[in-house]
Design a protein. Structure first.
Ligand code: FPP
Length: 238
Protein backbone atom coordinates (compact mmCIF):
# COMPACT_ATOMS: atom_id res chain seq x y z
CA UNK A 1 0.00 0.00 0.00
CA UNK A 2 1.39 3.40 -0.89
CA UNK A 3 0.58 6.50 1.16
CA UNK A 4 1.35 10.16 1.06
CA UNK A 5 -0.06 10.72 4.54
CA UNK A 6 2.27 13.10 6.40
CA UNK A 7 0.68 13.34 9.81
CA UNK A 8 2.32 11.94 12.90
CA UNK A 9 -0.98 11.05 14.54
CA UNK A 10 0.77 8.72 16.98
CA UNK A 11 4.17 9.54 18.46
CA UNK A 12 5.93 7.18 20.86
CA UNK A 13 8.85 8.28 23.05
CA UNK A 14 11.62 6.36 24.80
CA UNK A 15 12.41 8.85 27.56
CA UNK A 16 16.09 8.07 28.09
CA UNK A 17 18.90 9.90 29.85
CA UNK A 18 17.41 10.78 33.24
CA UNK A 19 20.20 9.03 35.14
CA UNK A 20 22.99 10.77 33.21
CA UNK A 21 21.24 14.12 33.56
CA UNK A 22 21.30 13.73 37.36
CA UNK A 23 24.84 12.30 37.48
CA UNK A 24 26.16 15.25 35.45
CA UNK A 25 24.85 17.46 38.26
CA UNK A 26 26.30 15.24 40.98
CA UNK A 27 22.81 14.26 42.09
CA UNK A 28 21.22 10.83 42.64
CA UNK A 29 19.68 9.14 39.60
CA UNK A 30 16.20 9.39 41.08
CA UNK A 31 16.41 13.14 40.92
CA UNK A 32 16.79 12.74 37.14
CA UNK A 33 13.60 10.68 37.00
CA UNK A 34 11.76 13.39 38.94
CA UNK A 35 13.03 16.02 36.49
CA UNK A 36 11.98 13.70 33.63
CA UNK A 37 8.47 13.29 34.99
CA UNK A 38 8.10 17.09 34.98
CA UNK A 39 8.77 17.22 31.23
CA UNK A 40 5.76 15.08 30.36
CA UNK A 41 3.07 17.72 30.91
CA UNK A 42 4.54 20.22 28.42
CA UNK A 43 4.90 17.58 25.71
CA UNK A 44 1.34 16.31 26.23
CA UNK A 45 0.07 19.90 26.04
CA UNK A 46 1.88 20.47 22.74
CA UNK A 47 0.30 17.43 21.04
CA UNK A 48 -3.00 19.01 19.92
CA UNK A 49 -1.12 21.97 18.37
CA UNK A 50 0.86 19.68 16.06
CA UNK A 51 -1.81 17.12 15.19
CA UNK A 52 -0.58 14.40 17.54
CA UNK A 53 -3.64 12.58 18.81
CA UNK A 54 -1.79 9.72 20.51
CA UNK A 55 1.33 9.98 22.64
CA UNK A 56 2.85 6.81 24.08
CA UNK A 57 5.68 7.02 26.62
CA UNK A 58 8.00 4.31 27.94
CA UNK A 59 8.18 4.76 31.72
CA UNK A 60 9.43 1.35 32.91
CA UNK A 61 10.51 -1.70 30.94
CA UNK A 62 10.38 -5.39 31.81
CA UNK A 63 14.19 -5.14 31.98
CA UNK A 64 14.23 -2.18 34.40
CA UNK A 65 13.69 -4.52 37.39
CA UNK A 66 17.43 -5.25 37.10
CA UNK A 67 18.23 -1.77 38.45
CA UNK A 68 19.05 -1.31 42.13
CA UNK A 69 16.25 -1.84 44.60
CA UNK A 70 16.52 1.82 45.60
CA UNK A 71 16.00 3.02 42.04
CA UNK A 72 13.13 0.59 41.32
CA UNK A 73 11.34 1.48 44.57
CA UNK A 74 11.91 5.19 43.89
CA UNK A 75 10.44 4.89 40.40
CA UNK A 76 7.36 3.05 41.72
CA UNK A 77 6.87 5.82 44.33
CA UNK A 78 7.29 8.41 41.59
CA UNK A 79 4.61 6.76 39.40
CA UNK A 80 2.17 6.81 42.31
CA UNK A 81 2.95 10.40 43.14
CA UNK A 82 2.66 11.44 39.50
CA UNK A 83 -0.78 9.83 39.16
CA UNK A 84 -2.07 11.41 42.41
CA UNK A 85 -0.71 14.85 41.53
CA UNK A 86 -1.67 14.95 37.87
CA UNK A 87 -5.05 13.19 37.99
CA UNK A 88 -7.30 16.26 38.25
CA UNK A 89 -5.25 18.25 35.79
CA UNK A 90 -5.32 15.45 33.20
CA UNK A 91 -9.10 15.19 33.61
CA UNK A 92 -9.49 18.97 33.18
CA UNK A 93 -7.23 19.14 30.14
CA UNK A 94 -9.12 16.46 28.22
CA UNK A 95 -6.33 13.87 28.32
CA UNK A 96 -7.34 10.23 28.23
CA UNK A 97 -4.75 8.08 29.97
CA UNK A 98 -4.26 4.36 29.51
CA UNK A 99 -1.51 2.03 30.63
CA UNK A 100 0.14 -0.83 28.78
CA UNK A 101 2.42 -3.52 30.19
CA UNK A 102 2.01 -6.43 32.55
CA UNK A 103 0.38 -5.30 35.81
CA UNK A 104 0.88 -8.63 37.57
CA UNK A 105 4.26 -7.69 39.02
CA UNK A 106 3.23 -4.18 40.08
CA UNK A 107 2.21 -3.26 43.64
CA UNK A 108 -1.53 -3.35 44.27
CA UNK A 109 -1.52 0.28 45.41
CA UNK A 110 0.02 1.37 42.09
CA UNK A 111 -2.37 -0.75 40.01
CA UNK A 112 -5.33 0.74 41.94
CA UNK A 113 -4.15 4.26 41.06
CA UNK A 114 -3.62 3.28 37.41
CA UNK A 115 -7.20 1.93 37.27
CA UNK A 116 -8.48 5.10 38.94
CA UNK A 117 -6.74 7.37 36.45
CA UNK A 118 -7.96 5.33 33.47
CA UNK A 119 -11.51 5.52 34.77
CA UNK A 120 -11.34 9.24 35.67
CA UNK A 121 -10.15 10.16 32.16
CA UNK A 122 -12.22 7.61 30.22
CA UNK A 123 -14.51 10.25 28.66
CA UNK A 124 -11.66 12.45 27.44
CA UNK A 125 -10.46 12.50 23.86
CA UNK A 126 -8.41 15.67 23.27
CA UNK A 127 -5.13 13.72 23.60
CA UNK A 128 -4.64 10.01 24.23
CA UNK A 129 -1.69 9.44 26.55
CA UNK A 130 -0.54 5.83 26.90
CA UNK A 131 2.02 5.07 29.60
CA UNK A 132 4.04 1.86 29.37
CA UNK A 133 4.90 0.44 32.80
CA UNK A 134 6.48 -3.01 33.16
CA UNK A 135 6.23 -3.15 29.39
CA UNK A 136 8.37 -5.16 26.97
CA UNK A 137 7.51 -5.85 23.33
CA UNK A 138 8.45 -9.53 23.51
CA UNK A 139 6.59 -9.96 26.78
CA UNK A 140 3.52 -8.32 25.26
CA UNK A 141 3.55 -10.59 22.19
CA UNK A 142 4.12 -13.64 24.42
CA UNK A 143 1.17 -12.73 26.67
CA UNK A 144 -0.97 -12.09 23.57
CA UNK A 145 0.00 -15.48 22.08
CA UNK A 146 -0.90 -17.18 25.36
CA UNK A 147 -4.36 -15.60 25.46
CA UNK A 148 -4.89 -16.39 21.79
CA UNK A 149 -3.88 -20.03 22.31
CA UNK A 150 -6.29 -20.20 25.24
CA UNK A 151 -9.16 -18.96 23.06
CA UNK A 152 -8.28 -21.57 20.41
CA UNK A 153 -8.25 -24.22 23.16
CA UNK A 154 -11.68 -23.02 24.31
CA UNK A 155 -13.01 -23.25 20.75
CA UNK A 156 -13.63 -19.49 20.49
CA UNK A 157 -11.27 -19.26 17.53
CA UNK A 158 -9.83 -21.66 14.98
CA UNK A 159 -6.08 -21.73 14.29
CA UNK A 160 -6.90 -20.98 10.64
CA UNK A 161 -8.51 -17.65 11.68
CA UNK A 162 -5.22 -16.38 13.09
CA UNK A 163 -3.64 -13.56 11.10
CA UNK A 164 -1.79 -10.32 11.96
CA UNK A 165 -5.00 -8.40 12.51
CA UNK A 166 -6.40 -11.02 14.87
CA UNK A 167 -3.15 -11.23 16.84
CA UNK A 168 -3.01 -7.42 17.15
CA UNK A 169 -6.37 -7.54 18.94
CA UNK A 170 -4.70 -9.52 21.74
CA UNK A 171 -1.89 -6.99 22.23
CA UNK A 172 -1.93 -4.44 25.09
CA UNK A 173 -2.15 -1.76 22.39
CA UNK A 174 -5.36 -3.12 20.78
CA UNK A 175 -6.99 0.32 21.23
CA UNK A 176 -4.14 2.23 19.54
CA UNK A 177 -3.14 2.91 15.93
CA UNK A 178 0.46 1.98 15.10
CA UNK A 179 3.02 4.67 15.93
CA UNK A 180 4.07 6.90 13.03
CA UNK A 181 7.14 8.29 14.74
CA UNK A 182 9.29 6.85 17.55
CA UNK A 183 11.65 9.25 19.31
CA UNK A 184 14.48 8.15 21.60
CA UNK A 185 16.38 10.74 23.59
CA UNK A 186 19.94 10.63 24.99
CA UNK A 187 21.93 9.47 21.97
CA UNK A 188 21.32 5.71 22.09
CA UNK A 189 20.23 4.23 18.75
CA UNK A 190 18.29 1.24 20.11
CA UNK A 191 14.61 0.43 20.44
CA UNK A 192 15.04 -1.60 23.65
CA UNK A 193 12.00 -3.85 23.29
CA UNK A 194 9.55 -0.94 22.84
CA UNK A 195 6.46 -1.46 20.63
CA UNK A 196 8.28 -4.09 18.52
CA UNK A 197 5.23 -5.32 16.63
CA UNK A 198 3.56 -1.92 16.31
CA UNK A 199 6.62 -0.02 14.98
CA UNK A 200 7.12 -2.15 11.87
CA UNK A 201 6.68 0.90 9.61
CA UNK A 202 7.42 3.71 12.06
CA UNK A 203 10.04 6.37 11.43
CA UNK A 204 12.72 6.66 14.11
CA UNK A 205 14.43 9.73 15.51
CA UNK A 206 17.40 9.24 17.80
CA UNK A 207 18.38 12.55 19.33
CA UNK A 208 21.18 13.52 21.72
CA UNK A 209 19.11 15.57 24.17
CA UNK A 210 18.70 13.95 27.59
CA UNK A 211 15.01 13.49 28.43
CA UNK A 212 14.86 16.11 31.27
CA UNK A 213 16.15 18.69 28.75
CA UNK A 214 13.68 17.75 26.00
CA UNK A 215 11.49 20.74 25.12
CA UNK A 216 8.27 21.32 23.23
CA UNK A 217 10.32 23.20 20.58
CA UNK A 218 12.34 20.07 19.88
CA UNK A 219 9.16 17.97 19.83
CA UNK A 220 7.51 20.36 17.36
CA UNK A 221 10.61 20.26 15.13
CA UNK A 222 10.68 16.46 15.05
CA UNK A 223 6.97 16.23 14.27
CA UNK A 224 7.33 18.85 11.51
CA UNK A 225 10.34 17.01 10.06
CA UNK A 226 8.25 13.84 9.96
CA UNK A 227 5.69 15.74 7.89
CA UNK A 228 8.25 16.27 5.15
CA UNK A 229 9.17 12.59 4.79
CA UNK A 230 7.82 10.17 2.24
CA UNK A 231 6.26 7.02 3.65
CA UNK A 232 5.75 4.11 1.31
CA UNK A 233 4.96 1.21 3.66
CA UNK A 234 6.98 -1.08 1.38
CA UNK A 235 5.11 0.06 -1.72
CA UNK A 236 5.77 2.85 -4.20
CA UNK A 237 4.58 6.41 -4.05
CA UNK A 238 1.58 7.14 -6.28
C1 FPP B 1 15.49 6.11 31.29
O1 FPP B 1 16.55 6.91 31.77
C2 FPP B 1 14.29 6.41 32.01
C3 FPP B 1 13.56 5.53 32.77
C4 FPP B 1 13.92 4.12 32.94
C5 FPP B 1 12.39 5.98 33.50
C6 FPP B 1 11.48 6.89 32.76
C7 FPP B 1 10.70 7.61 33.75
C8 FPP B 1 10.40 8.94 33.71
C9 FPP B 1 10.69 9.84 32.60
C10 FPP B 1 9.76 9.61 34.85
C11 FPP B 1 8.49 9.12 35.35
C12 FPP B 1 7.46 8.79 34.36
C13 FPP B 1 6.14 8.90 34.61
C14 FPP B 1 5.16 8.40 33.65
C15 FPP B 1 5.67 9.56 35.84
P1 FPP B 1 17.84 6.20 32.38
O2 FPP B 1 17.66 6.07 33.84
O3 FPP B 1 18.07 4.90 31.67
O4 FPP B 1 18.93 7.21 32.04
P2 FPP B 1 20.47 6.86 31.76
O5 FPP B 1 20.50 6.10 30.47
O6 FPP B 1 21.09 8.20 31.65
O7 FPP B 1 20.98 6.07 32.93
Amino acid sequence: MASTSKKAGHVAIIMDGNGRWAQMRGRPRLMGHHAGAKRIREIVETCPDVGVKHLTIFAFSTENWKRTQTEVAGLMRLFKRYIRREMQDLVDRGVRVRFIGDRVRLEDSLVALMDELELATADNSRVHLTIAINYGGRDEVTRAAKRLAFDVEQGKLSHSDVNAEVLARYLDTHFLPDPDLVIRTSGEARISNFLLWQSAYAEYEFIDTLWPDFTSEEFINLVSKFGTRERRFGGVLV
